[in-house]
Design a protein around this ligand. Structure first.
Ligand code: A2H
Length: 255
């Protein structure tokens, strides 16, 4: 962990269609017609074009928190408490929890991922390594640029039956987002192959891949998609972030 606070971008992924079990858990607890969002925290807002799914920890219990009559967030209790000090909940920071859902119950839920090339939406899928103690406990998946995400979607597709998911949910197209001189335009798949990472359990190599990907992407990367195509990642990153905030598709979150 670095020193000082992490400046995350919290992204709002609106639920389009609930998995059956999750729907039962929230039934009658959220007003008809209200929007419910899964809210992942990311350090790489410039990669959001490449979202292919969104991860929850299957064993983590999430709260459904009321922001207003019309808006509810699915996040950990811990994140809700932190957000209440950061002006996220309008009424004097009061955050009311209206329901609880287990991560595993959310699997299969279809959400709309802002900026993603996958306009029909992406699925909520399980990731064992999601930490309940970091961010919001929800992690959006960008397999083109995150080795962890690539290793996880590869594993999910390979063992779809074991995970109780449809294979195609884990196999949405991975499109190039950032190009770097050393790793080409699909940094994470390149590094996962190069470091011979076979599964999400290869934590040591994944740690190394993550470090290499982050440095190369940030300092040498150029955008190959979106409004800031051809601009350096360093330059595009705050611009994409600001766009998401301005469009009310995300908000600042620090911890
Ligand atoms: B990043 P840091 Cl493309 N458990 O977003 C595990 N991982 C979590 C998490 C949690 N509770 N909350 C957030 N994260 C992930 C994009 C991304 C990320 C890319 C490349 C690298 C990368 C898409 N996933 O992170 O420990 C989120 O994944 C590499 C570190 O606070 C978040 O940004 O530094 C990042 O880890 C925050 O990790």
């Amino acid at each position: 962990e670095g020193v000082g606070p992490q400046e995350y971008t919290a992204l709002k992924l609106k639920v389009k269609e609930w998995a059956r079990e999750a729907e039962k858990a929230i039934k009658g607890k959220v007003p008809e017609g209200a929007d419910i969002f899964f809210v992942p925290a990311t350090l790489r807002p410039e990669t959001m074009y490449g979202q292919t799914c969104c991860f929850v920890g299957p064993k983590i219990t999430y709260g459904v928190f009321k922001v207003s009559e019309k808006e509810f967030y699915v996040i950990t209790d811990r994140a809700a408490r932190n957000m209440s000090y950061q002006g996220v909940f309008p009424k004097n920071g009061v955050c009311e929890k209206v329901a609880e859902i287990l991560g595993s119950a959310c699997v299969g839920t279809l959400v709309n991922a802002p900026l993603s090339v996958h306009k029909d939406g992406v699925r909520i899928l399980p990731m064992e390594s999601v930490l309940p103690t970091k961010g919001t406990g929800v992690v959006t998946s960008v397999p083109s640029d995150s080795p962890d995400d690539f290793a996880t979607v590869t594993d999910l597709a390979k063992k779809a039956e074991y995970y109780g998911i449809r294979k195609e949910w884990a196999e949405l197209e991975i499109v190039p987002i950032i190009k770097t001189p050393t790793y080409g335009d699909l940094t994470a798949p390149f590094l996962v192959k190069k470091l011979k990472i076979a599964s999400p359990k290869d934590t040591k190599q994944l740690e190394e891949a993550k470090e290499l990907a982050y440095k190369e992407g940030f300092y040498q990367g150029v955008m190959v998609i979106g409004e800031f195509k051809c601009e350096k990642v360093e330059v595009a990153k705050p611009k994409v972030r600001q766009q998401l905030l301005d469009a009310n598709e995300g908000f600042a979150y620090a911890e």
